[in-house]
Design a protein around this ligand. Structure first.
Ligand code: HEM
Length: 161
């Protein structure tokens, strides 16, 4: 039984990135207001979104193969600059997030704070550019080699886009 059709996975993944961005933003606001338990909850939710995204992302590309960008002209260098920076920083983020979480969960908060000043902006950049790359690849231009994107899509993301 297919719970989420393959063609809907890119939209699911972009939604996970958008929700992750939301949790990162409110998580930062919480810690700035001294709400440690809320900060902890928001950051763990952001982590859950990113890990779920990673699983779906790998599953999608194993089954759907390579999807090529369909845009032409000036948008291509813009798209590839975003894609390459997004990909390199996404690889960097994973160990950073795990170390940042490990410091926090073991209550080594000064080390947590020090590394979080790197982790936080990089993670935020990765999740925001994840949504932009999705939008450019699947919505703004017609992708080459993608399974037909479900018209049902995802209510949240399609409402936003
Ligand atoms: C990877 C996930 C996390 C990220 C990216 C993150 C990010 C941050 C950032 C950027 C700050 C500094 C805020 C400032 O400059 O004022 C901070 C502080 C803090 N975080 Fe996290 N956080 C994460 C997870 C957690 C968790 C799970 C806890 C658990 C309680 C936690 C507890 C704290 C505390 C207590 C501080 C204040 C530390 C101090 O000022 O000495 N964080 N975090």
């Amino acid at each position: 039984m297919t719970i989420i059709p393959l063609s809907s996975l890119p939209a699911v993944n972009a939604t996970l990135n958008a929700v992750c961005t939301f949790f990162l933003l409110i998580g930062f606001a919480f810690i700035r207001n001294g709400k440690i338990r809320w900060h902890r909850a928001a950051m763990l939710c952001a982590f859950f979104c990113s890990i779920t995204f990673l699983g779906f992302y790998v599953y999608f590309h194993v089954h759907a193969g390579l999807i090529r960008f369909g845009g032409q002209g000036w948008i291509r260098p813009v798209y590839f600059t975003l894609l390459i920076s997004h990909t390199i920083l996404a690889i960097t983020t994973l160990p950073l997030v795990i170390i940042t979480l490990a410091y926090a969960l073991s209550e080594r908060f000064s080390s947590h704070r020090r590394i979080a000043h790197w982790t936080y902006p990089i993670w935020l950049y990765v999740s925001v550019t994840g949504v932009i790359v999705y939008w450019l690849l699947y919505i703004a231009y017609t992708p080459i080699g993608a399974p037909a994107v479900s018209q049902i899509g995802l209510p949240l993301l399609h409402a936003l886009l």
